[in-house]
Ligand binder design. Structure first.
Ligand SMILES: [Zn+2]
Length: 432
C-alpha cells in the first residue's frame, strides 16, 4: 500500500533514481533542494525511480466520485438482462444509481424495461456514453417528472441533485495513491455548486477545469481551455463557430469533444475557420479517417487507451472492419507529428493510470484481441504524456523539481516501463 504525504516540510529521499542517476533528494522547509535539516525524516529509496506527479488529462471528478457509489450496469460485469436484474436487486440503499449501460445487455433501455427489471425502488441508470440517463417510474415520480420513455439527457436540470454528495476528497486520495497529482476535469459547464465541491474538497491534485466559466479565477481549481461539447445530436455549425470564437476572444483555448467522424470534421472545419490558438485540443478523437490526420497539426489530441481497449470487443464486432484502423488513434498520429496524450476519462474508463499505460502499449480487448496494431505506443511515450503539464499537455514532460510533486516507486524506471503496475507506487509527496 502506497503512502501519501501532503506538503511535507522536511524530508530526505536517499538513493532514488532520477533521470537514470541515483541521487539523494531533499525537501527543506517545504521546498525541493538545499541541505537536509537535522532530524528530517529519511526514506531510503533503494534505487527506486522518483517521478514528478502524473497528470490525468481528462476525467470527471464529480461523476467518478459518484460512480464509487453506483453499480456497474454494462459489460464486462453485466452482460444480460438477468444479470442486470440481479445487480439491481442486490444494490443497497433507498434508491439505486447505475452506470455503464450498453444495448448489448438488454437492448435500448427505457422506463418500461427498467420498471420490469426493478420496480420496487427509484432507479436511474446512465448509458455508458454518459449522454443519457434512464429513470424508472419510481425515480420519475420522486423527481415529479413526466417523461414517457424515462430518458433524460445529460445536463437536464430535471435530473435534480442526488441526495448523497459525492466524496471528492476520498477520490483525491485514491488518485494520489495511484501517483496522480494533476487532474484535468473535463465536465462541461460546471455550475457554482460543482465548483464549490471541487474547491472545498481541498484535493492533493492540481485541478484544471474545462467547464469553469470564463470569469472563474481560483488558485486551487484553475480555469482550463473551454470544453465545447459536440454531441452527436447537437451538430450545429453556427453555434460551434460562435463558441470557439468567443472562447478565443477571452484568451481561452477550446477543448472540443469529438467522438464521431462527422463531429471531427465539423470541429476541424470550425477551428480552421476561426484559427487555432495554442492549447486548443480535441477530446477523444475516437474516429479519425486517414485524410484528416494532417489537419490535426497544432492541436493536442487527448485520447483514452484503456477505454478503447475496454470497449474493443464491441468495436471489433460492430464496426465496419474498414473503419477499425480509424478508431482511437495514438501511435499513427504521433508518427505523423500530432501531439497526443493519454487520459482515463473516468468514470467511463478505468481510473488507474498504470492500466492506461498497459492499454496504450497492448491495446488488448477484454477477450484478448488486438485493437489497432499501428496505434500501440511504448510505455515511455504514454508515461511522458502523463508527465506533460496540465496546462500544456502537448508540451515536453515535466521533470523532478518542476512543481514539487513527487512519486517514489519501489523499482527503477526500467522495470516500470517493462511492467507498469500500481503496486510500484511507494510514496507520494503532494506539494499541497
Ligand atoms: Zn469525458
Amino acid at each position: 500500500m502506497a503512502e501519501l504525504l501532503r506538503a511535507p516540510r522536511d524530508l530526505v529521499l536517499t538513493d532514488v533514481e532520477v533521470d537514470g542517476r541515483r541521487v539523494d533528494v531533499v525537501i527543506r522547509d517545504g521546498q525541493l533542494g538545499g541541505t537536509p535539516k537535522a532530524g528530517a525524516d529519511v526514506v531510503h529509496g533503494r534505487g527506486g525511480a522518483l517521478l514528478p506527479g502524473l497528470n490525468d488529462h481528462h476525467l470527471h471528478l464529480l461523476a467518478t466520485a459518484a460512480a464509487a457509489r453506483s453499480i456497474d450496469c454494462g459489460p464486462p460485469s453485466v452482460r444480460t438482462a438477468e444479470q442486470l436484474r440481479g445487480a439491481l436487486a442486490v444494490a443497497t440503499g433507498q434508491s439505486v444509481r447505475g452506470t455503464g449501460y450498453h444495448e448489448s445487455v438488454a437492448g435500448p433501455l427505457d422506463r418500461a424495461l427498467l420498471d420490469d427489471l426493478h420496480p420496487g425502488r427509484p432507479v436511474r441508470v446512465q448509458h455508458r456514453t454518459g449522454g443519457v440517463w434512464v429513470l424508472n417510474s419510481r425515480a420519475l415520480q420522486e423527481l415529479g417528472v413526466t417523461q414517457d420513455d424515462g430518458r433524460l439527457w445529460r445536463g437536464d436540470p430535471r435530473l435534480g441533485h442526488s441526495s448523497d454528495v459525492p466524496d471528492i476528497a476520498a477520490l483525491g486520495d485514491e488518485l494520489a495513491l495511484l501517483g496522480v497529482l494533476g487532474a484535468c476535469d473535463a465536465t462541461p459547464d460546471l455550475g457554482p455548486d460543482a465548483l464549490r465541491l471541487l474547491v472545498e474538497a481541498d484535493l492533493p491534485q492540481q485541478v484544471l477545469a474545462l467547464g469553469a466559466p470564463d470569469d472563474w479565477d481560483h488558485p486551487g481549481v484553475r480555469r482550463g481551455p473551454r470544453k465545447v461539447l459536440l454531441g452527436d445530436e447537437d451538430l450545429d455549425w453556427d453555434s460551434l463557430v460562435a463558441r470557439v470564437t468567443q472562447a478565443h476572444e477571452v484568451s481561452r483555448a477550446v477543448a472540443i469533444h469529438v467522438v464521431t467522424r462527422e463531429g471531427l470534421l465539423l470541429a476541424l472545419a470550425a477551428l480552421e475557420q476561426v484559427g487555432v490558438v495554442p492549447g486548443d485540443r480535441l477530446e477523444h478523437a475516437a474516429v479519425v479517417p486517414p485524410d484528416a490526420v494532417p489537419r490535426l497539426a497544432g492541436l493536442t489530441v487527448v485520447t483514452q487507451p484503456a477505454l478503447a481497449a475496454r470497449r474493443g470487443d464491441d468495436y471489433l464486432r460492430d464496426v465496419d472492419p474498414r473503419d477499425c484502423p480509424d478508431l482511437w488513434r495514438y501511435g499513427s498520429l504521433q508518427a505523423q507529428g500530432v501531439d497526443v496524450v493519454p487520459s482515463s476519462d473516468a468514470p467511463y474508463g478505468p481510473l488507474d493510470p498504470w492500466q492506461v499505460l498497459r492499454s496504450a502499449r497492448d491495446r488488448e480487448t477484454p477477450s484478448g484481441q488486438l485493437l489497432g496494431e499501428a496505434e500501440r505506443v511504448p510505455v515511455r511515450v504514454a508515461l511522458d504524456g502523463m508527465l506533460a503539464p496540465l496546462e500544456t499537455p502537448g508540451g515536453p514532460p515535466r521533470r523532478v523539481g518542476d512543481g514539487g510533486d513527487l512519486v517514489l516507486l519501489h523499482v527503477p524506471l526500467e522495470e516500470v516501463l517493462r511492467d507498469p503496475r500500481r503496486e510500484h507506487v511507494r510514496l507520494v509527496c503532494a506539494a499541497r
